[in-house]
Design a protein around this ligand. Structure first.
Ligand code: KIV
Ligand code: ZN
Length: 567
């Protein structure tokens, strides 16, 4: 048993939870249709960030935060925005007046206001709406058995009467908003925990009072106020309701799910399959307890299936900033689509697959050639929502050579040869492991520079000159070895071969160059070249070396010394 202080008498999970908890009974709908359907069009969206989201905040938004949030929701493309519960708080009343009086509501946006079925509250709500060009009055009362019995102590007829009486009070006041486009929404709160037959009976009675038409439909919002069952049960409830509703064509069926069992998004998606037309939710799932459904996720899930959601999340990062600033909430790093880490791969094998996928996408011509996105581990192209490829691959101790190479290339244009990637990968990995944290691209470059480019001991180049003689290249190099000057001359079929020859005459360990490549690092005046050399020594061991210089010949000579110094 749990006391009011919230403690379980034995502080243990029950061995027989059925002695305390019961499964929600399924709906009898053997010929359910929703499992066979697919979503091919978006629903109408209504943001409830400024009401359901706001009322769940420890510190509710002030007027200026609400204004900022309202503008952000408009930019996302919401055409219906629940702006508050004006009869419940002066801040909400003031905010709504401010929106209307300052003319901040775009012509194609309707503001929605929530109110309980009490005449004084409905009266105040209509005061708040004076002058609004388009509004939705949202009336609700709770209908579930637990609410009827425990909270209201009323039977079904009395609860139904609360709904119809409230509807009549709203209808009576419509002339007060003459000239405005006013619609009506009714929510049987706790719908998903209510007997479907009774929820329908209440809604039919409300409809009878309101008198909706095909042209001016009523909105029936069927909330999953508290998730009590799996999302398929909610979908059955929605399909059952729609199939039994008289004059279906005069109603818009709206979903409003919460996330108590962690399936708010799934419940909404299955509810849409079941035939609903409209979805209420919040950005990033803010809301009471575990939150409302995250509209961003549902919208982007449609998008990733090729259906435009009718909402625009192109500026996801700045939307997240506005949200965090206004609500004081944090978007979890793994929140679908919007979380900081959702397009990031730390794992080496994931990085490798993503790199190959991105390359294949480029080769296929990408977006400009209408190629279909099919990149392992990336459900959508992050750049579609203003996120950057640079976020995609990040390096920590779980990462492999692929991620290291990708970062060096994408950030600095350093195109490591495959075999060099294999050599440097574990070196970088050991260093990252030692640091015990994620490393930035600049740190990786510094590691690479330390390991290869800055290896100037024991051998260091002072000067290098070549001349062509009888088809061969002769070179003269001045070097230091452990600080002592060494002069060396050599010849070969090119400057590198001549230098390798000079080194052996100068007393260096014998080796041959088995691979070589180079590329420029940047364009413009201070253009630098980078050269990569792989040396094989007499004992069969190999080492890579790397040199950077504005002169490509000198870059390759430095690369030779780097390989020698690393041996
Ligand atoms: O979750 C809920 O039931 C609500 C209603 C007021 C619609 O927020
Ligand atoms: Zn809610």
């Amino acid at each position: 048993m749990t006391s009011l202080a919230g403690t379980n008498e034995n502080d243990d999970m029950l061995t027989q939870p059925a002695s305390k908890y019961r499964a929600f009974p399924p709906v009898q709908l053997p010929d359910r249709q929703w499992p066979n359907r697919v979503l091919t069009a978006p629903p109408a969206w209504c943001s409830v960030d400024l009401r359901d989201g706001n009322q769940a905040l420890a510190v509710p938004m002030n007027v200026s935060q609400k204004l900022e949030m309202f503008d952000a929701l408009v930019r996302c493309g919401f055409k219906e925005i629940e702006v508050g519960f004006p009869a419940a708080s002066n801040t909400e009343f003031a905010f709504i007046r401010r929106l209307i009086e300052d003319g901040r509501i775009p012509g194609d946006v309707a503001i929605q206001v929530l109110v309980q079925a009490r005449e004084d509250l409905i009266e105040r709500t209509f005061e708040a709406l004076q002058g609004a060009p388009r509004a939705i009055v949202h009336l609700y009362n709770s209908t579930s058995p637990a609410q009827r019995r425990i909270v209201f102590g009323l039977g079904k007829p009395e609860i139904l009467r609360i709904a119809t009486r409230g509807t009549q009070w709203v209808k009576d006041r419509l002339p007060r908003l003459a000239g405005a486009d006013v619609r009506f929404e009714y929510s049987p709160e706790s719908f998903s925990a209510t007997e479907v037959e009774y929820a329908l009976e209440v809604c039919e009675a409300v409809s009878e009072v309101w008198g909706p038409t095909r042209e001016r439909p009523i909105i029936f919002n069927l909330p999953d106020t508290v998730e009590v069952a799996m999302p398929n049960v909610y979908a059955d409830q929605i399909e059952w309701f729609i199939r039994h509703l008289k004059r279906r064509e005069t109603a818009i069926i709206s979903l409003h799910t919460h996330n108590d069992r962690g399936t708010g998004v799934a419940a909404t998606e299955l509810g849409l399959l079941a035939g609903a037309d409209r979805v209420e939710g919040t950005l990033f799932g803010n809301g009471e307890r575990t939150g409302n459904l995250d509209v961003v996720t549902v919208a982007m899930n449609l998008y990733m299936n090729g259906v435009h959601p009718g909402l625009d999340f192109s500026a996801m990062n700045s939307l997240r900033d506005v949200y965090e600033r206004c609500t004081g909430m944090i978007v979890p790093p793994r929140q679908p689509y919007s979380g900081e880490l959702v397009f990031t791969a730390f794992s080496g094998s994931h990085q490798d697959a993503i790199r190959k996928g991105l390359r294949a996408w480029e080769v296929s011509g990408g977006e400009s050639k209408g190629a279909i996105w099919d990149i392992p581990y990336l459900t959508i192209d992050p750049s579609d929502i203003g996120r950057e490829y640079r976020e995609v691959i990040r390096v920590n101790s779980q990462s492999g050579k692929g991620g290291v190479a990708y970062l060096l290339e994408s950030e600095f244009g350093i195109e490591l040869p495959k075999d060099l990637q294999r050599e440097f990968g574990p070196i970088a990995n050991d260093e990252v492991d030692r640091l015990g944290r994620e490393v930035r691209a600049t740190e990786l470059k510094a590691m690479f520079w330390r390991e290869y480019v800055e290896r100037t001991a024991p051998w260091r180049l002072t000067s290098f000159r070549t001349e062509n003689q009888d088809g061969a290249v002769k070179c003269r190099a001045q070097l230091t070895r452990d600080g002592r000057p060494v002069e060396a001359e050599g010849q070969g079929n090119g400057p590198i071969a001549a230098f390798v020859n000079a080194l052996s005459t100068g007393g260096a360990r014998r080796f041959e160059v088995i691979s070589y490549s180079e590329h420029s690092l940047s364009s413009g005046e201070g253009a630098s070249a980078i050269a990569y050399i792989q040396a094989r020594f007499a004992d069969g061991s190999t080492r890579w070396g790397c040199g950077v210089d504005t002169n490509i010949e000198l870059a390759s000579i430095k690369a030779v010394l780097s390989a020698l110094n690393r041996a």
